[in-house]
Write a protein that binds this ligand. Structure first.
Ligand code: UD1
Ligand code: UDP
Length: 386
């Protein structure tokens, strides 16, 4: 059976490469990788680290691309690849425009879709924008929903998805983290921060464009003014608008290093050595709790409530004052810090890819022959799990 993985951005690649590698080891699976190239440098870094080579690259990225650019270019270019490869199943991940467009193209061509990291929801189409729409739309057309957590499964059930099409597998992001972490890791940034508290910053969400980014960077500047014992690193997203603001507000600050995006090996190992993470990222909300790092989530809402409930994530919104106060409390009060700094793993044990591959291998042959929904084996898996 032929399975095609389609992905295009850094986080999708980080979370899909472990699954691609796992499926490549399975007998009877002809694994094809199609990257859309929604990201370029940031995607190539990840593919290189996991030694995954794409069979097709739609190469769609444009400087300062709009959502219209991404959507039209993927839809135009993916059609011929799908018609040429004729996969039995296409796997997409999460909530990017790549995932949405690939799933839509499969829907038009009647190709079954498996959704990895299914069921995350805020039910606010403006936050995250446009990701909440993308993941709901992928969910509409997907035949297989690989939910990372029970809460995600419940969202899908509440939307009326068939129970037998949903599998709780854990998040493949934790698989990547397991493969990447290195006990003997060293990096010049860690030497630079030696003896200080390392604060890791990431910020890139489209809905934070403009004022919210200014608030975020100003809050960080105030933190460096108050705490001489902190060092901040910000591996900047490639988005030129964000980089400009970051340079204007944080450039030249001796306590701040503005870096190029780090490859996942460096990023995740540096996170393991950090004291505190400030982020608006999705994936980092899964990785940092597993490492026991307190995370201030600079967003108003999250589709990852498990980490908030477990106490390692705190939503601050994007007001300068809120971010400054929450971070100050963590940096000045050991009790506050210790309360948040404990490792929890609501997102899996690092073997989600193995589980997804098992499920596909047990069930796919039947599904390929009779393209209906579930069968007794899928039910058996879900019954065993509960
Ligand atoms: C996209 C995803 C978002 C995900 C994020 C991960 C959508 C709608 N958004 O947002 O869900 O969290 O990726 O990072 O799919 N750029 C480069 N080089 C690169 C990558 C990006 O120059 O390697 C530039 C692009 O040209 C673009 C900008 O960065 O102008 C933003 O990239 P884009 O993919 O459009 O959106 P993201 O904000 O990255
Ligand atoms: N990451 C990385 N290098 C960086 C910043 C982040 O490898 O400089 C990784 C991080 O470990 C996580 C993923 O990229 O796995 C998160 O990507 P991003 O924040 O861009 O997207 P999101 O998860 O918000 O969709």
């Amino acid at each position: 059976m032929k399975i095609m993985a389609v992905f295009g951005t850094r986080p999708e690649a980080i979370k899909m490469c472990p699954l691609v590698l796992e499926l490549k080891t399975r007998q009877g699976v002809d694994m094809v990788v199609c990257v859309t190239g929604q990201h370029q440098e940031m995607l190539e870094d990840v593919l290189a680290k996991f030694h995954v080579v794409s069979d097709h690259n739609l190469d769609i990225m444009l400087p300062d691309q709009t959502l219209f650019d991404i959507t039209t270019r993927i839809l135009e270019r993916i059609q011929s690849v799908l018609k040429e490869e004729k996969p039995d199943l296409v796997l997409v991940h999460g909530d990017t425009s790549t995932a949405f467009c690939a799933a839509l193209a499969c829907f038009y061509l009647h190709i079954p879709v498996g959704h990895v990291e299914a069921g995350l929801r805020t039910y606010d189409l403006d936050a995250p924008f446009p990701e909440e729409f993308n993941r709901q739309a992928v969910g509409l057309v997907a035949n297989w929903h690989f939910a990372p957590t029970e809460a995600a499964r419940q969202n899908l059930l509440a939307e009326g998805k068939k129970a037998e099409s949903i599998y709780v597998t854990g998040n493949t992001g934790l698989d990547a983290l397991r493969l990447i972490l290195d006990d003997n890791y060293s990096h010049p940034v860690l030497e630079w921060a030696a003896g200080k508290k390392l604060v890791l910053l990431t910020a890139h969400r489209r809905e934070n464009s403009g004022e919210p980014f200014i608030h975020i960077f100003k809050a960080v500047r105030r933190l460096t003014e108050r705490f001489s014992d902190i060092c901040v690193i910000y591996p900047m997203h490639m988005n030129p608008k964000i980089r400009k603001l970051a340079r204007e507000i944080l450039g030249g600050n001796p306590q701040v290093k503005l870096l190029e995006p780090l490859n996942p090996y460096d990023f995740q190992n540096i996170m393991a050595h950090s004291a505190l993470v400030l982020t608006d990222s999705g994936g980092i909300q899964e990785e940092a709790p597993a490492l026991g790092k307190p995370v201030l989530v600079m967003r108003d809402t999250t589709e990852r409530p498990e980490g908030v409930e477990a106490g390692t994530l705190k939503l601050t919104g994007t007001s300068e004052e809120e971010i400054y106060c929450a971070a100050s409390a963590l940096l000045s009060d050991e009790a506050v810090y210790e309360k948040m700094a404990h490792a929890v793993n609501p997102y899996g044990d690092g073997y989600a890819s193995h589980r997804i591959a098992d499920i596909l291998c047990v069930n796919m042959e039947d599904r390929v022959c009779n393209k209906s929904g579930s069968d007794s084996k899928t039910l058996a898996y879900n019954q065993k799990r509960t």
